[in-house]
Design a binder for this molecule. Structure first.
Ligand code: SAM
Length: 105
């Protein structure tokens, strides 16, 4: 299930509902042991807390965004928390062809 399938279940999405949407998507992600989650267009890392809360295996999480400002906010959040195995990279997602789970939000 990806974010579009979850959001299609809802008639109206307000900004306040995004957190529960992220939780629902994260709960339904199936990450194989040793796998990684790559979030394309991670923005300011709003999704990472849901992934860390809902994923049992605590995989490596890689957030990619081409905005230096977004990556800078994401890294500041990371420094202010105890997030482990979470990395952010400033790049265009189209430069990457990973063999991993995709989540485009
Ligand atoms: C609507 S925001 C979503 C942020 C976050 N995923 C969330 O759900 O809160 C979309 C993000 O995608 C990034 N983005 C758009 N096109 C991109 C590309 N080609 N490569 C990397 N990041 C991209 C933008 O900079 C923006 O931060």
């Amino acid at each position: 299930m990806d974010i579009r399938q979850v959001s299609n279940k809802r008639k109206i999405m307000s900004f306040g509902q995004t957190s529960s949407l992220y939780m629902e998507v994260a709960k339904n992600l199936k990450v194989p042991a040793g796998g990684s989650v790559v979030e394309f267009g991670c923005g300011p890392a709003s999704v990472v807390p849901s992934l860390l809360e809902k994923l049992d295996e605590k995989p490596e999480i890689i957030g990619i965004d081409f905005s230096t400002q977004m990556i800078s906010i994401a890294n500041r959040k990371k420094e202010a928390t105890t997030w482990k195995n979470v990395h952010f990279k400033c790049m265009d997602m189209y430069e990457l062809a990973p063999r991993c789970f995709m989540w485009v939000a």
